[in-house]
Write a protein that binds this ligand. Structure first.
Ligand code: MSP
Length: 516
């Protein structure tokens, strides 16, 4: 089979603290897209990983009394473990402390240096000595460090710079010709607006070793390590074999989507394309920047942060409500490009209304009826299944596929819910229990077959979002499938469910949550 490739990446996460709901969001979204792409026949490479160098990490390691290496091993392991818990099925996990990455960073720096795109000069900036951080004037709070509140001093030091400014006009033209390079549109406008109103300064890409040793040493000056953002961005190339001469690079590069949060747009939509252009490497096809999850508390919305102590732990929610409910909530509640508001109440409401009532109940009732009226077997189809909602079901592939391709996950789920709602309604209007009483066996058979088959099809479309649940639906219908290998449209064809199949009714998929 001739597969087309699909290379999707998440940001690599700083390992200075435990993962929270915001981190889980990107990885779940990428997992959903990756599962969908596999079901539509693509050869998917799904990359995630951890960003392990730099001052922030060194400081966190010191605070824990650990060596940076021991510390990053531990926290990176926590991220890996979370992806298993959340059923995030990545292809590769890159750590910036791995050899394959360090080699790639050094090779790219050598090339840029050789080409004259890196030069040495004096860096002048506002520096907070206790925090060991440089700040822009605009970041200071009343002239003081925004982290510790102490006075920031002007210091000067020799550093290496990458010629961002040289490529500004090129990037402006590139963006004009490729409006799909940054999505959604609001983020495209943000980048083009920024480039219109500001002249880019060259990027300082080094830190002297007297201040920081925890980084990748510059290949052309052993007195310095690499600035963490230059180091980090290279992960997208190092994972697929840049510098190791592996074929993977020619198969998978350029990346199809770099999925990121809106706060790291400039690094991805300005620095990264310029670095690639200077290296003579093709640009990724799209940078998609999603919104942020905020915390809703006492009618107020606040940023989620470690220091505020309001960071939501994905592990706690999964333990309490299950991983499919968690995956579903994040992608159903808010359009992917917009900001979302998290509250326990919203989570419980969404789970109860959509998963327990609409979907779980539909499956439970339908299997119950098959049990009761047809001795636990898929009934005969008769001359044709009787489904009033067939028109809505038949329009699902087109609507769903269009939304998924745009990473419009909430709309994709809405289109599935149109079918689920219509099926529930049809049970109420058809009243299968009356058909049973009136012994209209053929009509009842056609109706129940239609329900079971439509449940199966809906389960196929829901698989990327709530994979455990779809597997359970299949099991309960007495069938099995390897969802990652099948063909979505073929599997979702009406009429594949064989009459006579023995169903295996189980507990409701999502019990109603009573507490708050
Ligand atoms: N290490 C860099 C990324 C380098 S990529 C080459 C970094 N790491 S991070 O751990 O601070 O953030 C990783 C991602 O988490 C970012 O995309 C950020 O937008 C996302 N989120 C952090 N908090 C978030 C929310 N509250 N909501 C949604 N996403 C959030 O930046």
């Amino acid at each position: 089979m001739d597969l087309s490739k699909f290379y999707i990446t998440t940001p690599i996460y700083y390992v200075n603290a435990a993962p929270h709901l915001g981190h889980a969001y990107t990885n779940i979204a990428c997992d959903v897209l990756s599962r969908f792409k596999k079901m539509t026949g693509d050869n998917v490479y799904f990359l995630t990983g951890t960003d392990e160098h730099g001052q922030k990490i060194k400081k966190a390691a010191d605070e824990h009394g650990l060596s940076p290496k021991d510390f990053v091993d531990r926290i990176s392991g926590n991220f890996r473990n979370l992806w298993d818990v959340l059923n995030v099925n990545f292809t590769d996990f890159i750590r910036t402390t791995e050899d394959r990455h360090i080699k790639a960073v050094r090779e790219s720096l050598s090339r840029l240096h050789k080409n004259g795109d890196i030069y040495q000069s004096v860096y002048k900036g506002l520096y907070c000595t206790p925090c060991e951080s440089f700040w822009d004037e605009s970041q200071l709070v009343e002239g003081k460090c925004p982290d510790c509140g102490r006075k920031a001093e002007v210091i000067e030091e020799k550093n290496y710079f990458f010629k961002l400014s040289k490529y500004q006009d090129w990037l402006v033209d590139y963006l004009k010709e490729n409006p799909g390079f940054v999505k959604p549109e609001i983020r495209y406008n943000e980048v083009t607006g920024f480039l219109k109103n500001n002249r880019l300064k060259d990027l300082c890409i080094s830190r002297p070793k007297e201040r920081l040793q925890w980084g990748v040493e510059l290949p052309f000056d052993s007195g310095y390590v690499t600035y963490v953002w230059f180091d980090a961005l290279m992960n997208y190339l190092s994972a697929v074999g840049f510098s190791s001469g592996k074929d993977k690079l020619s198969v998978f590069w350029p990346a199809d989507i770099h999925c990121i949060g809106k706060d790291i747009l400039r690094q991805h939509a300005v620095y990264w394309p310029i670095i690639l252009k200077a290296l003579g490497i093709a640009l990724p096809k799209c940078i998609f920047a999603h919104g942020w999850w905020m915390i809703e508390k006492d009618d107020k919305t606040e940023k989620m942060s470690k220091s505020k102590g309001n960071a939501v732990s994905p592990l706690d929610l999964v333990e309490e409500f299950g991983r499919d409910a968690f995956r579903f909530f994040l992608l159903r509640e808010t359009p992917f490009g917009a900001d979302g508001k998290f509250s326990r109440k919203a989570f419980i409401n969404r789970t109860n209304s959509d998963l327990a009532n609409d979907w779980g109940n539909l499956v439970f009732r339908s299997l119950n009826m098959a049990d009761k009226y047809f001795q636990g077997e898929v009934p005969f189809l008769g001359k044709d299944a009787f489904c009033e909602y067939r028109g809505i079901l038949d329009s699902l592939p087109e609507k769903y596929t269009r939304s998924m391709k745009e990473m419009d996950f909430s709309s994709a789920l809405e289109s599935v819910w149109e079918v689920i709602t219509a099926m529930n309604k049809s049970i109420e209007t058809t009243k299968p229990w009356s058909l049973f009483k009136e012994k209209r066996t053929e009509d009842l058979s056609r109706f129940i077959y239609g329900l079971l088959e439509s449940i199966r099809i809906t389960g196929v479309y829901l698989y990327p979002f709530i994979p455990d649940t779809s597997l359970s639906v299949y099991r309960q219908l007495g069938i099995s499938a390897d969802f990652e290998k099948l063909n979505l449209l073929e599997e979702a064809r009406f009429g594949r469910l064989k009459p006579g199949t023995k169903i295996k009714k189980d507990k409701p998929l999502f019990p109603r949550i009573e507490k708050c």
